[in-house]
Design a protein around this ligand. Structure first.
Ligand code: NAD
Length: 360
């Protein structure tokens, strides 16, 4: 298969973890005989330095030409005081919009070697393996009218949560398709006892469910979902929810895994004729200026993003599973970075990347 991938290392530890993720990608390509075409582009602070803008037109062009995009992280402290529209982080919004990605996937998985790092009791976390699918393009973060109004007797602020049928339908389909390939269980999270947007959400999900009779569907109100995530996280397979609920629940899910450096993510857009998704893949963490340039960053989130890229944008499930197994093997061996608090001397970013390549 020809894997045509754009790599956007970005800033800080983004460059360090991406280097290891690309190494893993090269080993996969060699081992399974895929033709790997890698191009590299600028995004974030480095793009501002080199071109004056966080999301240069050239990067947009390259991202639309690629089959999938692998990103590191963006953000540099020197831009902290800059207005939001000029900061490196604006590059993220730019590329998500340009690629039309509307479903953000965050796998939440427990690893035996990391059970002690989780804030929950071992028996609750051991065996957790779920994906949270968050709607990424609509809802209260985008709805209008919005603003702070100072023209009345006292200041007033307003945001609008709005959804169309098709916005709900396309993300619901991602949830069902994922569930179909896993344990066939989809939980839709809403607040339909109070919100009209949630009532429409539930109507759409129930309608689409008719096309997926093999998937068991259940509905949870978001307050209950927040509770069940810590009471019984193993009960979930795939969860699908709107933008703000997903934002909050996915961070709650994130802490179950132990360290932010462990977490991959995938943002998916339209399906291509081949059945694969347009996708942007990145670790959940930021550019971590406090440890940047020290070869200390945990590359598992970035390497896990490679596994997601292989699975969702190329349908290479065997290769993706092999990358996940290799990561698990390295985790089990204790050759991990300082954030995972190994018993002996912590490994460097590079050493962990090399260990995963060797395990593969
Ligand atoms: P951060 O995720 O960069 O760091 C938070 C803490 O976690 C830090 O102590 C850091 O050292 C640690 N950490 C993060 N990733 C790690 C890894 N792989 N291995 C070991 N430790 C890790 O979040 P922050 O400090 O709030 O933000 C720093 C910059 O990153 C800011 O400019 C922010 O806007 C940006 N940011 C970017 C993204 C992104 O690119 N998607 C996401 C979040 C934050």
């Amino acid at each position: 298969m020809n894997l045509n991938i754009l790599v956007l290392p970005g800033d800080g530890i983004g460059t360090e973890v991406t280097r290891e993720a690309v190494r893993v990608l090269r080993v996969v390509a060699e081992k399974w005989n895929h033709q790997l075409t890698l191009r590299e582009g600028l995004l974030g602070g480095i793009a501002i330095h080199k071109t004056g803008t966080p999301f240069p037109a050239e990067t947009e062009k390259l991202s639309l030409e690629a089959d999938a995009v692998l990103m590191g992280a963006v953000g540099l402290p020197e831009f902290d005081e800059w207005p939001p529209e000029k900061r490196p982080e604006r590059g993220l919004l730019g590329i998500r919009k340009a690629m039309g990605v509307y479903a953000n996937l965050r796998p939440v998985k427990s690893y035996k070697a990391l059970l002690e790092s989780s804030p929950l009791k071992n028996h609750l976390v051991d065996g957790v393996d779920m994906i949270i699918v968050r709607e990424l393009n609509s809802g209260i973060y985008y709805g209008t009218p919005r603003g702070i109004y100072e023209d009345g007797p006292e200041p007033r602020a307003c945001n609008t949560m709005a959804y169309t049928w098709s916005e709900i339908e396309r993300v619901t389909r991602v949830g069902f398709e994922l569930a179909r390939k896993r344990r066939k269980k989809l939980t839709s999270v809403d607040k339909s006892n109070v919100l009209e947007t949630s009532q429409l959400w539930r109507r759409v999900v129930v309608e689409i469910a008719k096309e997926y009779p093999d998937v068991q569907l259940n509905h949870l109100l978001v307050d209950n979902a927040a509770m069940q995530l810590v009471l019984n996280p193993k009960s979930f397979d795939v969860m699908v929810t709107e933008n703000m609920f997903g934002d909050i629940l996915s961070d709650e899910g994130a802490i179950l895994a132990g360290s932010i450096g462990m977490l991959p993510s995938a943002s998916l857009g339209a399906k291509k004729p081949s059945g694969a998704w347009t996708g942007l893949y990145e670790p959940v963490h930021g550019s971590a200026p406090d440890i940047a340039g020290q070869n200390k960053a945990n590359p598992f989130g970035a390497i896990g993003s490679v596994a997601a890229l292989l699975e969702y944008s190329f349908g290479l499930t065997e290769e993706a599973a092999a990358v996940n197994r290799a990561m698990e093997q390295v985790l089990g061996s204790g050759r991990v970075t300082a954030d995972l608090k190994p018993a002996g001397t912590p490994a460097t970013t590079e050493e962990v990347g090399e260990a995963v390549c060797n395990a593969l």
